[in-house]
Design a protein around this ligand. Sequence first.
Ligand SMILES: [Zn+2]
Ligand SMILES: [Zn+2]
Length: 226
Amino acid sequence: MPPCLAPFRAADHVLQSLHDPPAEWSEEQQLAIVEFFRITHEYRERAKVESTPVYIRGCDKQKLIRVFGRIFFCATLQDVEYRPRTTLLSKFGNYGQTWNSEETGNVLIEIDTSIPLHSTSNLPCVLSLLLHECTHAYFFSECCYSLCGSERCAEIYHASCGALTHGPAWQILAHTVERKADFVLGMHFDLRRGDAAAQQTREEEDLGDPLLDCLFGDAAKHRIRG
Ligand SMILES: [Zn+2]
Ligand SMILES: [Zn+2]
């Protein structure tokens, strides 16, 4: 169980670690940036010779999650698991989700690798989706998210994250990470912050609606997810 750390405080740790100019970032962060370029260069080279969309299926997302953790999230996310899905989310317009898996005891990131989105997407699009989920994974790894059962934590969590995790603490973290990723990784990241905020508002209104269970199936049991 992660500690009872308030989400705003967790976000603040990241903001501080990214505050200095990249030239002054830690050796860990700088080596991870080099690793990122090595991985993405390999994918691009393979994409030239393979007809299948290697950006999607060939891209080692587990490795990229660890690299993102080292660059942007205070060297966390090293135990986060990745699992591809093919049917779960795309019909509802969501292509990724993250939660604390009871099954393994680790934070789990799932990305829907089904078509049509991924047959036409490019590397920045997939990486943006992955980085979006990493922002959720960071909170899940560092904050109890009220899973401790404390009422106080539940209040703090709700105020800073909202019912579906795209609240103000997430927005601050995502905004900073997105801007820094553009700058140091040399491609345009879009963490879909606006869409996430709109979805949050919509789904908060829907909470308590029995239709939610029909719509989200067993995912509805994991109300705390992003
Ligand atoms: Zn707690
Ligand atoms: Zn999200």
